[in-house]
Ligand binder design. Structure first.
Ligand code: CMC
Length: 371
C-alpha cells in the first residue's frame, strides 16, 4: 500500500453536483461564468440541491422557505454573550453555533429524505443570521432580525450592517455567493461527506465542514490575503514584500491550487469586482496592491491567483470586517456541503480509506519501570 500524499489525484466518490474539467468549473453542467453573469444565489442553491434550475414557482417557494427560516433560536443568540467574545474567531463561533443549532432542532436525528431536506433549508437560512448576529453582538450592538421581503444576499448585508445595502453591494455579495457555492471534492466538502457517511446527522456534517474550511490553506486564505495587503500598505512595496516571503520559503496566500493548472476560473470575476468596487469606495489602492502582488508572485512561480485572492479586497470594499471573510465563504459553501450531504445519504457507503504504515516494526511491551 502506497499513500498518495494529500490524496492528490485520488477519485474518492462519484457526484452529479459540480465538476472541474480542464480548468472549467461547472455546477450541474452550467459553467460558473454563465451562472455568475446570470443566476442569483437562490437559483444556484436550488440547482445544487435538485440538479435543475428552478422554474418561477419553485424559485419563489425556495425563497419563501429561506425567508421563513432565517431567525435564530433565542438560546443561540444568548449563547454568543457567553463566548470569550474579544478573543473568539468568528469561524470558531460559527462552528459552535451550527453545532448548537442542532440541539434546538427536534428533527436533528431524523434521517428520512424529507426531514434532511428541511434541515438543509434551515441551515442554509440560518447561517447568514449566525454570522451577522455574532458580528453585531461582539461589538455590543443589538442583533438585527431578518426581513422576509428581502433576498438572501440583501438580507445578509442588512442583518450585518443594520441598514439597507445599495444595489451594487447586493449584486456584489450575490455574485460572491454564487462563485463560492460549490467546488467538487474540496477539503471541507470531503470532510462533510466523510462525517455523514457514518450516518451521522446533517448538523454534524456541516459543523465538521466549517472546521475544515477555517484553515488558511482552504477558506481561511481570504482573511490572510487581506492581512497581507494591509501589511504591504502601498503598491510600490508589493514586489519587495513578495520576493522576501518567497526567499524565506513562505507561502503567499491566495495563490496556487491542487486542481487548477492554468488558473482558477472564479478569480477573474472577483478581480473585476475588486477593480470596480475599490474605485467606487475611493480606495483603489487595494486593487492596485493586489495586482502588483499578482505580478510579482507569478513572475516567480507559475501559480495563478485562486478564488481567495481578489475576494479579500471585494469584501473589504463592502465594509466587512476582515475576520468575517471566511464565515462569508461558509454562508455560501454550506449550499454545496448540503448538496453533497444529501447526495451522500442517497447512495451511502462508509468512507474508510487505509494508511500506509511507516512506524516501528512489531515489538513487545516493556513494563513501565523497565523503560
Ligand atoms: N505560495 C508559494 N508557494 C506555493 C504556493 C503559494 N501560495 N502554493 C503552492 N506553492 C508551492 C509549494 O511551496 C510547493 O513548492 P515545492 O514543490 O517547491 O515545495 C508547490 O508549490 C506545491 O505546493 P503544495 O502546497 O504541495 O500544493 P497543494 O496542491 O498541496 O496545495 C494549496 C494547494 C492551495 C494548498 C497551495 O497552493 C497553497 O497553500 N496556497 C496558499 C493558500 C491558499 O490560497 N488557499 C486557498 C485555496 S483555493 C480556495 C479554497 O479551496 O479554499
Amino acid at each position: 500500500m502506497t499513500a498518495a500524499r494529500g490524496l492528490e489525484g485520488i477519485v474518492a466518490t462519484t457526484s452529479s453536483i459540480s465538476s472541474i474539467i480542464d480548468d472549467t468549473l461547472t455546477y450541474v453542467g452550467y459553467d460558473i461564468d454563465d451562472l455568475t453573469e446570470n443566476a442569483t444565489f437562490e437559483e444556484v442553491i436550488y440547482l445544487l440541491w435538485h440538479l435543475e434550475l428552478p422554474n418561477k414557482a419553485q424559485l419563489q417557494e425556495l425563497k419563501q422557505q429561506l425567508a421563513d427560516n432565517m431567525e435564530l433560536p433565542q438560546e443561540v443568540i444568548e449563547s454568543f454573550k457567553t463566548y470569550p467574545i474579544d478573543k473568539v474567531h468568528p469561524m470558531a463561533a460559527l462552528r459552535t453555533a451550527v453545532s448548537a443549532l442542532g440541539l434546538y432542532d427536534d428533527e436533528a436525528d431524523l434521517m428520512d429524505k424529507e426531514a434532511n431536506y428541511r434541515k438543509a433549508i434551515r441551515l442554509q437560512a440560518k447561517m447568514p443570521a449566525i454570522v451577522a448576529t455574532f458580528a453585531r453582538v461582539r461589538k455590543g450592538l443589538e442583533p438585527v432580525a431578518p426581513r422576509k421581503d428581502l433576498g438572501f444576499a440583501e438580507n445578509f448585508l442588512y442583518m450585518l450592517k443594520g441598514e439597507m445595502p445599495d444595489q451594487i453591494e447586493i449584486e456584489a455579495m450575490d455574485k460572491a455567493l454564487v462563485l463560492h457555492a460549490d467546488h467538487e471534492l474540496n477539503a471541507s466538502t470531503f470532510t462533510a461527506r466523510v462525517c455523514v457517511a457514518t450516518l451521522s446527522d446533517v448538523y454534524s456534517g456541516v459543523t465538521a465542514a466549517i472546521g475544515a474550511l477555517k484553515g488558511p490553506l482552504h477558506g481561511g486564505a481570504n482573511e490572510q490575503v487581506m492581512k497581507m495587503l494591509t501589511e504591504i500598505g502601498t503598491a510600490d512595496k508589493a514586489e519587495e514584500y513578495v520576493l522576501e516571503k518567497l526567499n524565506n520559503k513562505e507561502k503567499i496566500m491566495g495563490f496556487g491550487h491542487r486542481v487548477y493548472r492554468q488558473g482558477d476560473p472564479r478569480a477573474k470575476h472577483l478581480r473585476e469586482m475588486s477593480k470596480r468596487l475599490t474605485e467606487i469606495t475611493g480606495e483603489p489602492e487595494w486593487y492596485d496592491i493586489s495586482v502588483k502582488v499578482e505580478e510579482a508572485f507569478t513572475s516567480q512561480k507559475p501559480l495563478p491567483p485562486n478564488v481567495d485572492f481578489y475576494s479579500a479586497s471585494v469584501y473589504h470594499s463592502l465594509g466587512i470586517d476582515h475576520d468575517l471573510f471566511t464565515p462569508i465563504f461558509a454562508v455560501s459553501r454550506v449550499s454545496g456541503w448540503l448538496a453533497h450531504i444529501l447526495e451522500q445519504y442517497e447512495n451511502n457507503r462508509l468512507i474508510r480509506p487505509r494508511a500506509e504504515y511507516t512506524g516501528p516494526g512489531k515489538r513487545n511491551y516493556v513494563p513501565v519501570d523497565e523503560r
